[in-house]
Design a protein around this ligand. Structure first.
Ligand SMILES: *Cc1c(COP(=O)(O)O)cnc(C)c1O
Ligand SMILES: [Zn+2]
Length: 433
């Protein structure tokens, strides 16, 4: 059995902690924490075979598209703590029409919207909730208006834990809130902004016996590695040239980079894909930082209709920066119009996704135009959330009523307006001729 510990991500600090300490940041320097393992290496051929054999297994751990890869995140001492909703197991879809739009010969989407609550947050949440149970916690909490709260509510309910969701009052994304209510989470609307609420909840955590499942939680990051592992498995461990994903808090970027480094060290892949992170123009602090250098600067009032990436002060940027550098990756930003049009193109491929996910195809289109990405490159884009998360946005786009946060109209370039017709066979036949 491998040894797991919590380690400060900042090499200059180097603080280490036991795997069962309840910590969200390094107590020495305040930095981010990461789970690290030491132990005997694995035989990569045997591991690949084991992962493949588990696809035939009916055991719930093996049937999970996260826990199937558990040798690569062995932080639990006993798998009885695991609650699975059969997360992961998401398809890798070839998308020739979207490829054409992105000016690529070929493009595949790894679609995390096929998860039980409709986003990639489930990949991480099953691990975060397992750690909460292992620690004997009864209550879990997060600050979120979106997919994190939906996912946490579902896993907490399945695990018999109490779920507390803290939301900024009046900034509620309805479809995602509806999920949290249905899964039975206690939902508190606080009269403060996201950053203030996060500070408040951190201060309350010990007092209320809460285990925090925000995106800095290092165990969620461990689970999100499985997105990459499953994708590589689906490609028989042939690494693509590029992996493209949207960037908000940058937890997923951190997870993807860690997964790739560890897969390489384990001998599962022999080349390193490059990560391309795409942000929305109105919430692009990481793009600006990488493009300009200097100090990291938060965006005071992040604004984008892609609410899942509407983050001004992404907590995981130091990890993400490391992963972009160590994979020779890049960061791009895209406009509201570009996101909306790319999203419609993903829809027309018969695939569909929520707005934040479409930043990937919009970003690819820019990166190929700029010559950063070659037309012949082998590219996988990760669609992070399900089409039905945000139906209001879709209806407005197709009927020409969608407006960007600054009030400018978004062109309905690939609009598909419903038509009202009378109950008259001749008129309908005429219309459809
Ligand atoms: C959370 C989320 C993101 C952003 O991921 P980060 O890890 O915060 O960068 C993007 N898309 C969707 C659908 C999400 O739910
Ligand atoms: Zn530290």
């Amino acid at each position: 059995m491998a040894q797991a510990e919590l380690s400060c991500f900042d090499e200059r600090c180097g603080a280490r902690y036991g795997i069962t300490e309840v910590l969200y940041n390094c107590t020495k320097c305040g930095g981010l924490l990461e789970v690290r393992y030491c132990g005997d290496g694995y035989d990569p051929a045997a591991l690949r075979r084991l992962f493949r054999e588990r696809r035939m297994s009916q055991a719930s751990l093996d049937a999970s598209g996260v826990w199937r890869y558990r040798e690569l995140f062995p932080f639990l001492d006993d798998y009885k703590h695991v609650v699975t909703l059969r997360e992961g197991n998401t398809p890798l879809l070839e998308a020739p029409r979207a490829a054409e739009y992105g000016r690529l010969d070929r493009l595949a989407f790894k679609h995390q919207g096929f998860n039980p609550t409709g986003s990639f947050k489930d990949n991480g949440m099953t691990c975060g909730v397992a750690q909460a149970r292992r620690l004997g916690m009864r209550r879990v909490a997060c600050v979120s208006t979106g997919n994190t709260s939906a996912s946490m509510a579902a896993y907490a309910a399945a695990a018999g834990l109490e779920a507390l969701i803290f939301l900024p009052h009046g900034q509620i994304s309805f479809g995602k809130l509806a999920q949290a209510l249905e899964y039975g989470a206690r939902t508190l609307e606080v009269e403060a902004n996201f950053d203030q609420i996060l500070a408040l909840v951190r201060a309350l955590a010990a007092r209320l016996g809460i285990y925090l499942l925000n995106s800095v939680n290092p165990f969620r990051i461990e689970g999100q590695k499985s997105i990459i592992l499953e994708m590589l498995d689906q490609r028989d461990w042939r690494a693509p040239d590029w992996i493209v994903l949207p960037g908000g808090n940058l937890g997923n970027t951190s997870a993807f980079g860690k997964a790739l480094r560890e897969a390489r060290e384990a001998g599962l892949i022999d080349s390193m894909p490059r990560l391309a992170v795409v942000q929305a123009e109105g919430a692009a602090p990481f793009y600006e930082f990488v493009a300009r250098g200097g100090e990291f600067q938060a965006v005071e009032k992040p604004a984008t209709l892609a609410t899942a990436i509407r983050i001004g002060d992404p907590v995981s940027w130091p990890k993400a920066l490391h992963e972009i550098r160590s994979t020779g990756g890049t960061v791009e930003k895209v406009s509201e119009q570009e996101i909306a049009d790319a999203k419609a193109q993903i829809g027309r491929s018969g695939i569909g996704c929520e707005p934040a996910s479409a930043a990937t195809l919009a970003g690819i289109r820019k990166l190929t135009a700029r010559g950063v990405m070659d037309r012949g490159a082998d590219v996988v884009a990760v669609l992070t959330g399900n089409l039905l998360k945000d139906p209001d946005y879709i209806y407005r786009y197709h009927t020409g009523e969608l407006e960007a946060p600054d009030g400018t109209k978004i062109r309905s370039s690939f609009g598909n307006r419903p038509v009202v017709v009378p109950n008259d066979p001749d008129r309908i036949a005429e219309l459809l001729r």
